[in-house]
Design a binder for this molecule. Structure first.
Ligand code: NAD
Length: 509
């Protein structure tokens, strides 16, 4: 492609920005009223505008969903599965298109975005088996002539509120299962990278999903509060930061809604003295700096046990020096920019503060030079980190890896178990007994043994413990079918009319 002339650039700069529509009742609605800016983080330039919905629009979407849900609930399970099979085919065929949309608004590399799409598709595949996932239970002859069965019915209208860091995968985790179970959905994606959500709603429609079953309403706190308070919406799934997750959990529950709210993380990777240090260094670098550390399962702390810290730090530093950081659309890039300029400044602030708190900045990502105005920062490595330092206590959500030195396995476990977050963790060792003990001892929801990012496959479910999850059901997989359905238990008896009699005693067997 030739370089644009100055006149072309000026014309493009003054052209109206693309408007990202809401999707309500199958129609694209142009935003009116308050708007948010959507940037390309690799250039730092605003590329699109997104409407920020009012409570009124949220309620309109809830009513459209409620109307559509009645017919969707009546749709046979085989037909529902058929829609999801077509969704899978359409997304697979156009994965590259979706990945590029993600990269243009999030900044992650196209290869990473394709990985996100693949992990989202895993749940679509799981949901195509809805016939088995929605199966009921039956007990014959619980008393003489009495049978009991349990069915799973949809909840009705559910809302899904999602974070910026997985603009396709997290919606696919939530929305697909909710729809498979016979609900209608309002998706409120992150206002920072909202286009993928609209793309997904259009694909579900193309696959044959009736209008109004999958709605997208963009917005910020105003829209979220309207969701939490709207009586038509019966359940809320949320993924995002811990303070907001706590707020969502409390307010939705106070309004009588079913709620699952996944929060932030601080994931520790324990490296035992017997670990293969090259493999551990590869894993630490991949898991700390992939997607610029903007993953809830990113490794942000390496816990170096015994004498492994010095050789491990040397190997990690060496690998950082070879990382290619640049525009995610460039196939050579391994790491892209952060989501916003503010995020970049916040991450730089943690590196700045670490030295002041007594830690040693081994690699300073702020020193990495970049051309242009993109929201880039280099990878940082900080040694000598301890609890009580901000760089340890807070979720940074950027490409900063801390090293905490401990003397023993017991000290490592104590450190992890004392942390308020408990999303993921991993142990690197060649010893099966240590690995088994770690799995037994550690108080974290998802554990890897020589696997740095242990996101469970789609036939299990995803979720952390403690301040990483408020509620009691995990995302996707079997637990999601429990979240998005209500169980109804029916007790049946067909007595002869002649056997009937008045009995005021409490029924027993
Ligand atoms: P965020 O909490 O800022 O936003 C998440 C959602 O909440 C967005 O849709 C946003 O519009 C909305 N929101 C933001 N502020 C709000 C407010 N004051 N009131 C009501 N709604 C509000 O999170 P983010 O920055 O988009 O995403 C990054 C965070 O998400 C990190 O903390 C990360 O660990 C977490 N995350 C967790 C998981 C997990 O599975 N546990 C997965 C992905 C991301």
């Amino acid at each position: 492609m030739s370089t644009p002339t100055i006149a072309q650039s000026a014309a493009a700069a003054s052209a109206p920005l693309a408007q990202i529509p809401h999707v309500v009742g199958g129609r694209h609605l142009r935003p009116d009223g308050r708007r948010g800016a959507v940037f390309n983080p690799a250039t730092g330039r605003q590329t699109r505008e997104v409407g920020l919905a009012t409570a009124e629009l949220v309620h309109d979407a809830a009513l459209a969903a409620q109307a559509a849900q009645r017919g969707w609930r009546d749709t046979g399970l085989a037909k529902r599965a058929g829609v999801l099979f077509r969704v899978r085919e359409l997304i697979s065929a156009r994965a590259d298109e979706l990945a590029r949309i993600i990269t243009s608004e999030h900044g992650k590399t196209v290869a990473d975005a394709l990985g996100e799409v693949a992990r989202g598709l895993e749940n679509v595949e799981f949901c195509t088996g809805l016939m088995s996932h929605l199966k009921g239970e039956y007990s014959e002859q619980v008393a003489t002539g009495v049978d009991v069965h349990q069915v799973r019915q949809p909840i009705g209208v559910v809302a899904c509120i999602t974070p910026f860091n997985f603009p396709a995968m997290v919606p696919l985790w939530m929305v697909t299962t909710a729809i498979a179970a016979g609900n209608a959905v309002i998706l409120k994606p992150s206002e920072r990278d909202p286009s993928a959500a609209v793309w997904l709603a259009d694909v579900f429609r193309e696959a044959g999903l009736p209008d109004g079953v999958f709605n997208v309403v963009h917005g910020d706190k105003e829209a979220v509060d309207a969701i939490l308070d709207d009586p038509v919406i019966r359940a809320v799934s949320f993924v995002g930061s811990t303070p907001i997750a706590k707020y969502i959990y409390a307010r939705a529950a106070a309004n009588g809604k079913r709620v699952q709210a996944l929060g932030g993380a601080k994931n520790h990777m324990i490296v035992m003295p017997d670990a293969d240090l090259d493999a551990a260094a590869d894993a630490a670098v991949s898991a700390a700096y992939g997607s610029a550390g903007e993953r809830c399962m990113a490794v942000s702390v390496v816990v170096a046990v015994g004498g492994v810290a010095d050789p491990l730090i040397a190997k990690v530093s060496d690998r950082i020096g070879r990382l290619v950081i640049g525009d995610g659309l460039d196939p050579a890039s391994e790491m892209g920019p952060l989501i916003t300029r503010e995020a970049r400044e916040r991450v730089a602030g943690y590196v700045e503060g670490a030295a002041g708190e007594g830690a040693r900045v081994v690699v300073d990502g702020r020193a990495h030079e970049f051309e242009g105005d993109g929201f880039f920062i280099g990878a940082s490595l900080v040694d000598g980190v301890e609890p009580g330092m901000r760089v340890y206590d807070e979720e940074i959500f950027g490409p900063v890896l801390s090293v905490v030195r401990v003397a023993s396995y017991d000290e490592a476990v104590e450190l992890v178990n004392a942390n308020r977050y408990a999303n993921g963790t991993a142990v690197f060792t060649r010893d099966g007994k240590t690995a088994r003990q770690f799995e037994y001892d550690i108080e974290v929801g998802m554990v890897g043994v020589n696997v740095p990012i242990p996101v469970p496959v789609g036939s299990f479910s995803f979720g952390g413990w403690k301040d990483s999850l408020f509620g009691d059901t995990h995302m996707y997989g079997p637990e999601a079918f429990s979240f998005y359905t209500r169980r109804k238990v029916v007790t049946t008896r067909w007595p002869e009319p002649s056997e009937s009699q008045v009995s005021l005693g409490f029924p027993t067997h």
